[in-house]
Design a protein around this ligand. Structure first.
Ligand code: CAA
Length: 440
């Protein structure tokens, strides 16, 4: 069976950055370490006044097409994943295709375009759709362009305000891919939840603490479901485990839960027995609450062990580097985590081809998906070609007053006129809701 997976990646960060420790924390009267250590974020990206989900997505897609030498005829579908859509009818992919058609010979008349929504999970679901389309033999030799693009904004004063972010990830899904091959095995954990939602409103209504619990519960179910098709997992099976990263502190919790689950009944549990005992077994407890308390105590001990720290440092830490500098990109977030790990491996000169990653995606509302990917021979050249550091380093550092202006500019319910903070550099720019974007 020909391999199908991610062939090329480009990102586009919002061109402004908010420094959480030095700009945000003092105004909020909080200890900077709450953000840098507890939540795990140094900076958040924000769009300049001429950027939005369309321009960030179109600019990432254009970079990808230029770098890989693709023209519209090579692309048979454009799927946009977003939870920041401004149009309830016309999909964001049509706006993005309209941008791209301004600069390429040919157009996307032949391409199937759509918009996927399941909170942050939709980026992965769009990749799954593209995978299935290729596997079904409907692609006529063409690739799919998947673009995950979001402005993750919360109401000012909401606890989620510290975890904002904005950016787009464009990914090409093809046969014989350069970066990773997707496996057919997937696991899901899905339930109707109301901890994070945006019913006809600009900013999400969030029960933040509960959202963390829902994330963990769905992720555990997805892992169990994945194991029901792929067999039991062990931490050594996977080089990296990129998780959806609303903020790195969330990944710390997911990683610990995953590690405990994967090591249950294994050589790792045996090796740790003399140090922290064996994992509690439900059958040994009279009530579910007592069992859960015992699990919590075990996990508190587990995270202090050398085995866990070593595994976390290798398999998880590299996945959160980019996220800690850009905040939450919602649908793009897990794809940033994968990219972060691969770029770290490229810098360290690791040989990854043939090795596996376990990818944990999540969307509020709520659903988690776990799937495995195998790294391909061409991964290093591809991920090294992406100008991540240049983009992050050239962001304009906004003051707190500027942050409030920018937040208002991107609030659809407000009319605010603010000067640009940076200059467009031959890129698509926003010209008004529902209007054709220009290039400047
Ligand atoms: N030094 C070090 N650490 C500190 C600290 C300090 N001075 N002060 C606090 N901390 C730690 C806390 O102990 C806590 O860590 P633990 O969770 O490990 O205990 C961490 O910093 C955060 O502190 P709080 O819990 O007090 O923070 P908060 O209540 O103000 O906000 C939040 C946390 C509720 C998650 C909030 O950021 C939020 O609402 N975020 C949006 C919702 C979200 O992202 N949920 C994640 C799951 S849903 C999802 O994934 C979908 C999505 O993309 C949104």
């Amino acid at each position: 069976m020909t391999a199908v997976g991610i062939d090329a990646i480009e990102i586009r960060t919002g061109k402004l950055k908010l420094d959480l420790a030095n700009t945000f924390a003092p105004k909020k009267g909080e200890d900077p370490e709450k953000y840098t250590k507890g939540i795990g974020l140094k900076h958040s990206s924000f769009p300049d006044v001429y950027e939005d989900i369309v321009t960030m997505g179109a600019n990432a897609a254009k970079d990808l097409m230029d770098r890989t030498g693709l023209v519209p005829d090579d692309i048979g579908r454009i799927d946009v994943a977003t939870e920041s859509a401004f149009d309830n009818s016309k999909p964001v992919s049509t706006y993005i295709a309209g941008c791209l058609e301004q600069v390429y010979d040919g157009d996307f008349h032949h391409a199937n375009k759509g918009e996927r929504k399941f909170a942050c999970l939709a980026g992965t679901q769009s990749i799954d759709d593209a995978y299935n389309w290729i596997r079904a033999g409907r692609n006529r030799g063409r690739s799919a362009l998947v673009i995950a693009t979001d402005t993750a904004l919360y109401e000012r004063g909401d606890p989620g305000e510290a975890t904002q972010g904005a950016g787009a990830v464009a990914m090409l899904i093809s046969e014989d891919p350069n970066v990773v091959e997707l496996s057919t095995d997937q696991g899901y954990g899905s339930a109707d939840e109301t901890d994070f939602l945006k019913p006809n409103q600009q900013f999400p209504s969030v029960d933040g603490k509960r959202s963390v619990q829902v994330y963990l519960a769905r992720m555990r179910e997805a892992l169990e479901d994945y194991e029901s098709v792929a067999g039991d997992t062990h931490p050594d099976d996977f080089e990296y485990i990129p998780f959806h990263t609303p903020f790195p502190g969330m990944v710390r919790k997911a990683a610990l839960l995953g590690y405990r689950h994967m090591t249950r009944g294994t050589d790792v549990e045996d090796a740790l027995e003399s140090e922290i005992g064996r994992q509690p077994r439900e059958a040994d407890f009279d009530s579910w609450d007592a069992y859960e308390d015992a699990i919590r105590d075990y996990m508190d001990d587990l995270k202090e062990t050398d085995q866990y720290s070593e595994w976390y440092g290798h398999a998880i830490e590299p996945t959160i580097d980019i996220s800690s500098q850009v905040g939450n990109w919602y649908t793009g977030s897990v794809h940033i985590a994968r990219l972060s790990a691969l770029r770290s491996a490229a810098r360290k000169g690791e040989s990854l081809a043939g090795k596996r990653m376990l990818v944990g995606s999540y969307g509020s509302g709520a659903q988690a998906e776990i799937h495995a990917e195998t790294v391909r021979e061409g991964w290093k050249d591809e991920v090294s070609a992406i100008d991540v550091e240049d983009q992050l380093d050239s962001r304009y550092d906004i003051s707190y007053d500027e942050y409030e202006l920018v937040h208002d500019v991107h609030n659809h319910d407000k009319e605010v006129d603010v000067e640009e903070f940076t200059q467009p550099d031959g890129e698509f720019v926003f010209t008004g809701w529902g209007r054709m974007n220009e290039r400047r």
